[in-house]
Design a protein around this ligand. Structure first.
Ligand SMILES: Cc1cc2nc3c(=O)[nH]c(=O)nc-3n(C[C@H](O)[C@H](O)[C@H](O)COP(=O)(O)O)c2cc1C
Length: 189
């Protein structure tokens, strides 16, 4: 297992179409979720929850989503439609991170949503630490109310991400990262 800093410096997304079996075991999924829960959470509101899409349920889910997707995007090229038609069944494990916020006298909704983003990021890091790879996805099914309900979002909830997880079939290739000077300013009086 890489040391902590090396882990942070080497994590990189592997596209969902390049993720294959095996996915994490039950035990590893429990560890991943435990790490995802270890995020700052102002007011201890637990403003997120997780949905696992795995095993035989994946094909059933794809089949439920397919007619909705076809109706919404009737002119999609066949290749793209096929990728979408197998969105869940192609990937060993997808974890949906649902943002569930509440009105609170002290904690703005924004902070609760940030905590859900942090949960997504911790989840990706745990996946990497265990030797798997992942991709933080959203897509039409997160934003379409009917599709999001099929995916398990209740009234008032929305998806912070669908994290696709598996074993990489290609080596990671990094992308350019912002230079220090492009993202950092030093405040002075
Ligand atoms: C909230 C959120 C949603 C995203 N949704 C998608 C998506 O639907 N499709 C996609 O190709 N990338 C999406 N991305 C981008 C990838 O997860 C990833 O950031 C990108 O491929 C860069 O990889 P990196 O993690 O190595 O920087 C999303 C990122 C975020 C933060």
């Amino acid at each position: 297992m890489p040391d902590a800093l090396e882990l942070l410096e080497t994590r990189r997304t592997i596209a969902h179409v390049q993720l294959a079996e095996p996915g994490p075991s039950d035990e590893e999924i429990r560890r991943i979720i435990a790490v995802a829960c270890r995020v700052p959470d102002h007011g201890k509101l637990t403003p997120w929850r997780f949905v696992l899409y795995r095993g035989a349920a994946r094909a059933a889910l794809d089949a439920r989503l397919e007619p909705l997707h076809r109706a919404k995007f009737p002119d999609l090229p066949a290749e793209k439609a096929e990728i979408e038609r197998t969105r869940f069944s192609r990937v060993p494990l997808t974890i949906g991170v649902i943002s569930r916020t509440q009105d609170h006298f002290k904690v703005p909704i924004w902070e609760q949503e940030l905590s859900a983003g942090a949960a997504c990021m911790n989840l990706l890091l745990a996946v990497h630490a265990l030797g798997f790879a992942g991709q933080w996805l959203s897509g039409w099914c997160c934003y379409d109310a009917e599709a999001a309900a099929i995916l398990g979002a209740a009234e008032g909830e929305r998806f912070a991400g669908l994290i696709a997880i598996g074993t990489p079939t290609v080596p990671p290739v990094d992308r350019p990262r912002p230079a220090f000077g492009d993202v950092v300013t030093e405040w002075s009086a």
